[in-house]
Design a protein around this ligand. Structure first.
Ligand code: DX5
Ligand code: ZN
Length: 215
């Protein structure tokens, strides 16, 4: 199934509730929630209290992207605040397997994430333990950057690895996705598409329609 997961980082937080409602009315099922700690990435975004607050009003599937150092420290808190799926970076911890197990123990879906400089082979040992691999096509830390197209080939490599292992998972792409390049990501093997600035500027409804028409 092909899914658009709008990144809340680009929302107007002054009218966040209205914007999330507009997404739901436009048929959006997933919401991508970027958590940044100022250590793993240079910027700081938001954390548990914000997720808890929007969880009360939204039935969307919360696709939480942890850009935090040693994510194993906070799995319980993010699960409790309303995450449906927790993505963490393999570069952020030396306890990848343990972190996967912690997320599973909370009954949540598991995603593992790689930055542009990390090879697809870094996730190979874990493919049969996760629901999704998230491929970053920009350096994590900020919305509104330009996609690095070379990163897309990792989606093809990961699909091939999964095929050889006889497993099926989701492959998500995040960073600089817009109506002009979303089809390239689809063709490379991605099926979950994060879009921040391409959704939350001008008309959210029109932007969602435009992206959905290409996949
Ligand atoms: C970047 C975040 C992305 C970002 C996407 O660190 O992980 O999810 O918000 O925004 P755009 O689509 O504008 O690149
Ligand atoms: Zn993200």
């Amino acid at each position: 199934m092909n899914i658009i997961s709008p990144s809340m980082l680009s929302a107007d937080f002054n009218i966040l509730g209205d914007q999330l409602k507009e997404l739901e009315d436009a048929g959006v099922k997933w919401l991508h929630i970027d958590v940044m700690d100022g250590i793993f990435v240079p910027s700081i975004s938001f954390g548990m209290p914000v997720i808890k607050s929007i969880r009360k009003r939204s039935d969307m599937f919360f696709d939480v992207h942890l850009m935090i150092d040693r994510p194993e420290r906070y799995i319980h808190e993010f699960a409790e605040s309303g995450a449906d799926l927790i993505n963490f970076h393999v570069e952020a911890t030396d306890k990848v397997k343990e972190t996967i197990e912690l997320i599973r123990a909370e009954g949540k879906k598991v995603g593992i994430t790689i930055k542009p400089g990390t090879e697809a082979s870094a996730v190979e040992p874990y493919l049969d333990l996760v629901d999704m691999v998230l491929i970053m096509t920009v350096e994590p830390g900020f919305g509104g950057q330009k996609m690095i197209p070379e990163c897309l080939k990792k989606a093809t490599e990961i699909r091939q690895m999964c095929k050889e292992k006889g497993i099926e998972i989701d492959v998500e792409v995040d960073g600089g996705i817009n109506a002009d390049n979303i089809k390239d990501a689809l063709d490379a093997g991605c099926n979950v598409f994060v879009a921040g600035s391409a959704v939350f500027k001008d008309s959210i409804t029109e932007n969602v329609k435009k992206l959905a028409a290409r996949i």
